[in-house]
Design a protein around this ligand. Structure first.
Ligand code: HEM
Length: 791
């Protein structure tokens, strides 16, 4: 019944009672009609659909419950924890027979969602296969070296007992809770084997680590965590899951400090404990000491030179590419500070389809308009899956739209598209929202009174409010820290997500604990989820099925209707909202900022835009309909998107099956990068690929012309879901701002100082800069000569 009570916490009582009644009917029907497949599967109590045996199991003491059940079903029986079948082994003979005589078959660890958040399938307790074998063997042999089960640890234990007695003595015979002193003493034994020294019981670094570990062990066995294992979408609502995640984040920080300190004082000839042994082994194995690395590089170079002479490239089979080194692949020769430029450069040698090895990971590059279009559009199915590497996995966990695949992706994308359209995406509804938001943004610009300022935050907040009002049903104030922090964190994750350390993390995920950037991303996610949960809970509480305020409402209503439907669960809601929020903010904000910067850089082009707007629109608010009458402005916006090239690598795809493409064989599961840079700057498509040249989109009569190779939103199955919204936003924001302001560089900064290279993240941002936005009054002539206001 405890489960029943816990379930009540998560659902509205009415819906739950209805669902239970339905399940009861299903149960009664099924009891009469079907026979149990005894003799094949182990026997066990009859499960209800979806809930399995949860309603009849007392999960407060599951071990007693299972033991009790064995009296009815024997020594091997099965229960259903929700939809998850679990076989119980009961009694000495059965347990020994399975674990010892069938050691191989029963020897793997089941790593459910709650253990996964703690461990990520590394280490010893929650890993399997070769990783587990290697880690267990290494731990056993090293723990023995440091005295486990031998004289060495005997001495440590005897020493620690004296400290523990000291603690007990402090109570002078008065009553006390033995938990902390006993835990600290016991923990010091393993700590001195692992770290090489014991800790004082007054050292908060140590006591917090012990207390947190104990809390996680306790909370990890609680009913909410069992439910989380069964229904992981409950995660965002479970306080206990948050406690565990917070404890992990904090303990990892402290462990990292301890390990770093050991690393700094490491002496390979004097190992102090298990960590030292591991670090030394790591150095040996992974070339991290400079000497070894240089030696290894030399060896690799020799191997490389030898192999270049002897083996022939399998051209015509796999795509060509630079010769990879073992383990490191082509990493040493690739400039990951601007990977898209490095790949584009390589295509000059290897052609439009080539492969590189990022570490051991093969990645196929698609280069130029024809190849990218051929793959993404004509072979949409084969090239349409998303590659979800470790870096994206921490952000998304394969739910939502951006980083999911298969039926989950299809359902979420379809639902998002149709609902975003219902809330006005690409239509009149969002036009009104955008025009309203522009007034707020102008208010922000005006506050600077013509003095130089960084456009990042106001532009991002304004743009984010458009997708926010579609998703949540309302805009936020620019002074609301709840909102601004969410936007700032999303942008930080997009920036940090494209850093070299995240590339390395994608290639060698074991680097994770040492990477500050990974920690930044995880912390941002944890905090943003808490804020999103609050926002969604507030919407849930005031939900009216007859008046949907935004995408979240639609999702919640669908979730209520379709409780059985596995796709409309909490995790998909959180991830879809995150995807729309992040993808809908950073991209459009960044493009708009490029646009304003380019106007300040190329004043003669700004002149022409403003002349056209003055002539065609005058002082009234620009609307979408005006686009047709503003060919030059439209061309400038398109050219901004082309040259700014803000998603230069698109997002990684993966082949969904083996595919032979343009004569090359690409295996199922190969990472594929459609190099959008190479399309937007394809020299065979654009007259001046590297210049800002709005004429790319104009015919000789000055009329706007579409260009096939203009695909900043990518193409095919995964084409940007927000394209129509983004295009509308860019047009309205850009024309309205250019109508009202003259943009120029700050005093002392020339247009030439504004660089076009940008800052690399997942998206390509303008380099840090400030602009002056000087109000342009229609009545004033000669606005072109107005310059920045001096402070
Ligand atoms: C100038 C603005 C934008 C640009 C340049 C842009 C570009 C892109 C690109 C290149 C992709 C990856 C396509 C691929 O995998 O091949 C993408 C995906 C996506 N974009 Fe955008 N985007 C923009 C604005 C938006 C907006 C406003 C939204 C919000 C509604 C949005 C939502 C998404 C989503 C949900 C996906 C994932 C699609 C999927 O995996 O099925 N984007 N975008």
């Amino acid at each position: 019944m405890a489960v029943f009570e816990s379930l009540l916490q998560f659902s509205s009582t009415g819906t739950l009672l209805g669902a239970l009644l339905l399940l009861l009917v299903l149960y009664l029907l099924s009891t009469g009609s079907k026979s149990q497949k005894e003799g094949k599967e182990p026997p066990g109590p009859k499960p209800l659909p979806l809930l399995g045996n949860l309603l009849t199991l007392d999960l407060t003491r599951p071990f007693d419950t299972f033991f009790e059940l064995s009296k009815t079903y024997g020594n091997i029986f099965q229960v259903f924890l929700g939809p998850k079948k679990t076989v119980l082994l009961v009694g000495y003979k059965t347990v020994k027979e399975a674990l010892v005589n069938h050691a191989e078959e029963f020897g793997d660890r089941d790593i459910g969602p709650s253990f996964r958040i703690m461990n990520d399938e590394h280490g010893i307790v929650f890993s399997n296969g070769e990783n587990w074998k290697e880690m267990r063997r290494f731990a056993l042999s090293n723990l023995r070296d440091f005295g486990m089960g031998k004289r060495g640890s005997e001495e440590k234990i005897i020493e620690e007992i004296q400290y523990l007695k000291g603690e007990f003595d402090k109570f002078e015979g008065k009553p006390f809770d033995t938990t902390q002193p006993v835990n600290y003493a016991v923990s010091n034994i393993i700590s001195s084997i692992v770290y090489g020294s014991r800790f004082e019981y007054t050292d908060p670094q140590f006591t917090q680590m012990v207390d947190r570990a104990n809390e996680n062990v306790r909370v990890g066995g609680s009913i909410p965590m069992m439910l989380y294992n069964i229904f992981p979408w409950l995660g965002p609502f479970l306080k206990n899951k948050r406690i565990i995640v917070d404890n992990i984040v904090q303990s990892r920080q402290q462990m990292t400090k301890l390990i770093n300190a050991l690393q700094e004082t490491l002496n390979p000839h004097e190992r102090r404990g298990f960590v030292d042994s591991f670090l030394i082994q790591k150095q040996k194995d992974e070339f991290s000491s400079t000497g070894t690395l240089l030696g290894a590089l030399l060896l690799l170079l020799v191997l490389y030179l030898l192999s270049t002479g002897s083996k022939t490239q399998k051209e015509g089979k796999e795509p060509p590419g630079p010769k990879p080194l073992p383990l490191l692949g082509n990493l040493l020769t690739l400039d990951l500070t601007r990977p898209f430029d490095a790949f584009f450069e390589l295509s000059k040698t290897y052609g439009n389809i080539f492969q590189v090895f990022l570490g051991p990971k093969k990645t196929v590059l698609l280069v130029g308009y024809k190849t990218v279009k051929e793959a993404l559009v004509n072979h949409a199915e084969e090239f349409g899956d998303r590659d979800i590497g470790p870096g994206f996995r921490i952000m998304n966990d394969e739910h939502g739209i951006l980083f999911s695949n298969g039926e989950n992706w299809k359902e979420m994308r379809r639902f998002a598209l149709s609902n975003l359209r219902d809330f006005g995406m690409g239509k009149r509804g969002s036009e009104e929202k955008i025009i309203e938001e522009i007034q707020y943004l102008k208010g922000e610009f005006d506050k600077f009174e013509g003095k130089p300022f960084d456009t990042t935050q106001p532009v991002n907040y304004a743009v984010s409010n458009i997708i926010s009002s579609i998703v949540y049903g309302s805009r936020f104030e620019y002074t609301d820290p709840q909102f601004t922090e969410m936007v700032d964190r999303a942008n930080e994750n997009v920036r940090v997500g494209g850093s070299i350390s995240l590339w390395l993390y994608n290639i060698f995920p074991w680097l994770g604990p040492f990477l500050k950037n990974k920690r930044i991303i995880v912390d941002n996610i944890v905090q943003s989820r808490q804020q999103m949960t609050k926002l969604i809970n507030a919407l849930q509480e005031t939900l009216n099925p007859h008046e949907r305020r935004g995408f979240v409402d639609s999702f919640l209503i669908q979730k209520q209707k379709d409780e059985k439907d596995s796709y409309f669960h909490e995790e998909n809601l959180m991830m879809s909202v995150t995807n729309l929020f992040v993808a809908g903010t950073d991209t459009t904000g960044t493009t708009l900022r490029w646009g304003l910067m380019l106007m300040a850089k190329y004043l003669h082009i700004q002149d022409r835009v403003q002349e056209e707007i003055d002539r065609v629109i005058g002082g009234r608010q620009p609307v979408v309909e005006d686009r047709k009458k503003l060919p030059y402005t439209d061309a400038v916006i398109h050219e901004t998107q082309r040259l700014a090239n803000i998603v230069p690598l698109s997002l990684p795809h993966v082949t969904s099956c083996d595919v032979t493409f343009n004569g090359y064989f690409i295996k199922k599961g190969t990472t594929v990068v459609p190099l959008l840079t190479s399309v937007l700057k394809d020299p065979s498509e654009w007259e001046k690929p590297n210049s800002f040249y709005p004429e790319h989109f104009l015919d000789e009569k000055g009329q706007f012309v579409k260009r096939d190779a203009f695909i900043p939103f990518s193409a095919g199955r995964r084409v940007c879901l927000g394209e129509s919204l983004a295009r509308m936003e860019l047009f309205l924001f850009f024309t309205s701002l250019l109508q009202s302001y003259r943009f120029s560089t700050p005093p002392g900064v020339s247009g030439d100082d504004l660089d076009l290279k940008g800052v690399v993240g997942i998206t390509l941002n303008p380099s840090p800069h400030k602009l002056c936005a000087i109000r342009y009054e229609q009545s004033l002539k000669g606005y072109r000569n107005q310059t920045c206001i001096f402070e």
